[in-house]
Design a protein around this ligand. Structure first.
Ligand code: FAD
Ligand code: SF4
Length: 471
């Protein structure tokens, strides 16, 4: 089939249809309908096949985007799936949750004037369709070595590492304290962005490929790191960052104030029927909910509260909409679902009633001042602008930093000034820590970031491990 080089003019960018708002406000199901084969063909055909594909460079795993778009528009789905897995361990996940407007699609040559190619949704379509057709990663040429590597953490970093190792004949054994793989993909990101069956299917695929999972197993509690070091040739740490950042607000321990992650995990536990022991369900039904923060976690909290039938949901953020750190797509989705946004407001304290329960948030108005050390304009408080926003529940979504890992302390792994693990990409072996047998990647090394960057670091670390093991 020859390509119509003017397709990008004749055919506009189309996003997949969304489920009706009434469904979206009640159900924990993905909001986007899948693309049809026809939509994929015509959207993929819009790709200009640029000589210098900026999309590929801006994609953190450097996916071969123009090449798989070409394969898909000539109907070669299984080849597209093979190619897509050469650079990405979880393409169907990235297609769903990457902030494409900041990454591949933001860099698409067509973006400004004609609308970017819908790369993310086609990436998701390729893998979903290939799996539905019975495709599985081809492992027949793998020659097994006698090496085995322990991976601590079944999040995207750990899974990226396991994928590359197993495809190269090194046995990965993945330990995770949760009952399912995925890390924040399962116990963080809600199912209206990523349905949980996606990770269950991946567990089955990885298991068939030869990855072994030891779930419900917390290192430092159920098994000591020393035992693991003694039994394995190398160790990869992909343990994420789990300490919530605090704004040190007055009364932030009041009844009705919650950190974002326990709220989201409690909700997932209820939706999935998991044990709620560690993270009980926090019910927002009928409540006025104020979410503090403006990133992806905040968007997940507001949209979860909507689905729990909160009476009112407000997202309060200290800068303007333009400067919000989260995906613009998710902000738009939240607005469609009825979330109210208050921009340029800084929380000053939690207001409590006589029983000590939250009754509001004391806010000050802000305006944008000079840029900070990261180049983002500072939010400066406007004098005499304090006011109270009524609330029955407050969810704090200020981000995460690395949690303390006492179990790691005896092993000589250097921790940096912000609590992350030092495991540089450019070391003697990529992502090796100061203990030669231990490697690390993902959020615990780079700070809370993205699924796709965690996958990239896990995959890179696997290369470093194989060099170290000389396989
Ligand atoms: P994690 O995903 O955190 O996985 C770490 C795993 O290690 C966990 O399963 C944990 O149980 C396990 N673990 C930790 N300690 C131990 C131990 N001692 N023993 C056994 N297991 C252990 N990114 C996007 O790209 N798009 C989004 O839309 C998006 N939304 C997000 C929404 C929320 C609410 C949050 C919190 C984050 C979001 N992110 C998003 C960020 C993304 O999820 C993370 O950057 C990514 O998951 C990091 O991967 P990781 O493998 O480093 O860590
Ligand atoms: Fe775009 Fe993310 Fe896919 Fe890369 S992995 S092509 S950035 S959606």
């Amino acid at each position: 089939m020859s390509q119509n080089v003017y397709q990008f003019i004749d055919v506009q960018r189309v996003d997949p249809r969304k489920k009706p708002i009434s469904t979206r406000k009640q159900q924990f199901v993905e909001i986007y309908e899948p693309f049809s084969q026809n939509q994929v063909d015509s959207q993929a055909d819009r790709c200009l096949d640029c000589g210098n594909p900026y999309c590929e460079w801006q994609c953190p795993v450097h996916n071969y985007i123009p090449q798989w778009l070409k394969l898909i528009r000539t109907g070669r789905i299984l080849e597209a799936a093979e190619l897509s897995h050469r650079t990405n361990s979880l393409p169907e996940v990235c297609g769903r949750v990457c902030p494409q407007d900041r990454l591949c699609e933001g860099a698409c040559t067509l973006n400004e004037e004609f609308g970017a190619v819908t790369i993310g949704n086609i990436e998701k379509y390729i893998t979903d369709t290939a799996f539905a057709m019975g495709w599985k990663p081809d492992m027949k040429h793998v020659v097994w070595s006698d090496k085995k590597v322990a991976i601590i953490g079944a999040g995207p970093a750990g899974l990226g590492c396991a994928d590359v190792l197993v495809r190269n004949g090194v046995k990965p054994v993945v330990f995770d304290r949760h009952p399912e793989i995925g890390g924040l993909l399962t116990f963080g990101i809600p199912s209206f962005k990523l349905e949980k069956e996606v990770m269950q299917r991946r567990r089955e695929i990885f298991t068939e490929m030869g990855v072994e999972f030891r779930l419900n197993t917390e290192v430092g509690k159920d098994i000591e790191l020393q035992q693991i070091i003694d039994q394995y040739d190398a160790v990869f740490l992909g343990v994420g960052t789990y300490q919530s950042m605090s704004a040190n607000l007055e009364n932030e321990d009041a009844e009705g104030v919650h950190d974002a992650l326990p709220f989201l995990i409690g909700n997932t536990n209820r939706v999935m029927g998991y044990d709620e022991g560690d993270a009980p369900y926090l019910d927002m039904q009928g409540k006025r909910v104020v979410v503090l923060g403006g990133g992806d976690t905040a968007m997940d909290c507001v949209r979860t509260s909507v689905r729990q039938q909160a009476q009112q949901v407000i997202c309060a953020y200290r800068r303007d909409e333009e400067n919000m750190p989260g995906s613009k797509r998710e902000v738009k989705n939240a607005k469609e679902e009825g979330v109210e946004f208050m921009f340029n407001v800084q929380p000053k304290g939690i207001v409590v009633d006589e029983q000590g329960r939250v009754s509001g948030v004391r806010m000050a108005q802000t305006q944008l001042g000079e840029p900070d050390e990261n180049g983002r304009r500072r939010a400066e408080e406007v004098p005499d602008s304090e006011h109270i926003v009524a609330a029955d529940a407050v969810l704090m979504a200020f981000g995460f930093k690395p949690h303390k890992m006492q179990w790691l302390e005896p092993f000589g792994v250097e921790i940096n000034h912000w609590g992350g693990i030092n495991a540089p990409e450019q070391g003697a072996f990529t992502h090796q820590t100061t203990n030669p047998k231990i490697f690390a990647g993902g959020d615990v090394v780079r700070g809370s970031d993205l699924v796709v960057t965690a996958i990239f670091e896990g995959r890179n670390a696997a290369e470093g491990i194989m060099d170290y093991l000389e396989v």
